[in-house]
Design a protein around this ligand. Sequence first.
Ligand SMILES: [Zn+2]
Length: 462
Amino acid sequence: MHASVHHVKFLHPKGTQAADSNSHQVTHRSAIKSERVVLPDGTRPATVIVENGTIKTIAPHDYQGPCQDYGSLAILPGVIDPHVHFNEPGRTHWEGWETGTKAALAGGVTTVVDMPLNCIPSTNNLASLRLKQRSAGGKIFCDVGLWGGAVPGNAEDIPELVGAGALGLKCFLSDPGTAEFENLSAPHLQKAMEAIAQVNSVLLIHAEWPSALRGVDPTHDPETYEAWLSTRPVEAESEAVRQVVELSAQTGCRCHIVHISSPKVLKALEGTDLSCETCTHYLVFAAEEIGRQATNYKCAPPIRSREHQDGLWSALGDGRIQMITSDHSPCPPELKNSSFLESWGGIAGVQMLLTGVWTGASQRGYQLHDLARWLSEAPARLIGRAHELGSLAPGLTANMVVFDPEKECVCQTLYHRYQGSPYQGKAWKGEVVATYLRGECVYNNQSGHSAIPKGRLISNHP
Ligand SMILES: [Zn+2]
C-alpha cells in the first residue's frame, strides 16, 4: 500500500540511514498541525499526517491523534536551494558539507544542490562525481543533490555524469575565476547542449558574455562599489541569454539561467520555455547601500540599483522569474580585503534564503504561498523531483519548515564556517522555528541540530 513511497531511490552515503524501509519494518507515524499550513491549494488550518517519512494525508485541524501543535506558526514545505557551493572535497576550509548543511537546516532548507566548481576536483567526470558522493558520506544534515560540470572538452563525460546521478549540468560563459573550471565558448556550448539533450537532462548557465564585460576603469577608486559594478553591465547578461536561447532552440536542450540580476535580462527570455532564477541578495540589497570597502557584497553578476531590485520583484510576481536561490558561495576571510577588484566574490546566504526573501516579499504584499512557489515548488521541478518534493501533499516526502512570519530579529550567528556575511547585523522578518526532514524534527531554534546527520544524497533516478 505504500509502494509510492518506496520507489524513491537514494544513494546511501556511509553513516546515513537506508531509504528503502520496506513493509516488514515498523510503521512510524507522526503528525504536526497549525492554523497556517501552506498547502498547494491555499493556506489554512490543517494537520499533516506523516507515515514512514512521507506525507500520508492532510487532515483537518481538529485531528485528535497524537500531534505536535504549532499554534499559529506557519508550516511550509521544506525549502529547496538548487544553487550552493559547499566546496567539499578540496576546499573544505571554505565551507564543507557539515557546516553548509547545518546552515541550510537552520534556514529551513531541507534540500540543497551543490555546484560542480570551487570544490577540487571540479565535478566534470564520473570519477570526480563519485569522489564527491563519497565525501558527503556521514556528514550531511540535509539532503544533497549534485550538479555536474560542462567544460570545454567533456561532452563525452556528460552521459556518465547523468547516469551516475547528477541532476543536470552547470556551465559558465564567462571566466569563473578558478583555475579548475573553464568557461564554454559558443562552439563548446553547442556541443554540451547536444550531449545534454541526448540524455534528456538540463543545463544551468552562468550567463555573462565575456566580450560584453568591461575592463577596469582606472579612474574608479577600487574601494568603491562602483569600481566593480561598472565592469559587469546588464548587457553582458542579456547578450549571453540571447546566445543560449538560440542554441537551446537549435539543439533542443532544456536550459535554466542562474542568478539573473536585472529585469532587463528577461526581455531576451520572452516567448521561450527557458526557466530562470534570481538570488536573495539581488532582492534585499541594492548598490546604493553598499559602502566603501564592503567587499562581502561582491558577487557576479553584481548587485545592481534599487530600480533593478523592484523590477525583479515584479517579475517574481508574474512568473517571468520562477524561483529564488541563495548562490551560497563563501570563502575564508583572508580572501577578502578592502578592494572590490582584488577580493574574492561570493555571498554566503543559504541560512538566510527563506528569512531574507520573506522580509522583502512581505513588504511588497506577497503571501506565504508565494514563498512555497518560489522556494519549493519551482526548484523541485528544476531538479526533476516534483513527484516527491516541493509541496505539502499526500505521497510526497515530509520535508517541512515551521516558520514564524511575524518575528523580527537581527541576524547574528550563522552556522556556516565563516561569519562576515552581509546579512549579519541587520534586522529581518521571519524566523525558522523548526525544520523537519522525512517527518523528523532535525533542527529547532531552541535545541539546535539533531546530533546525527540525517541527510541523504538524492539522485535523478525515477
Ligand atoms: Zn554560483
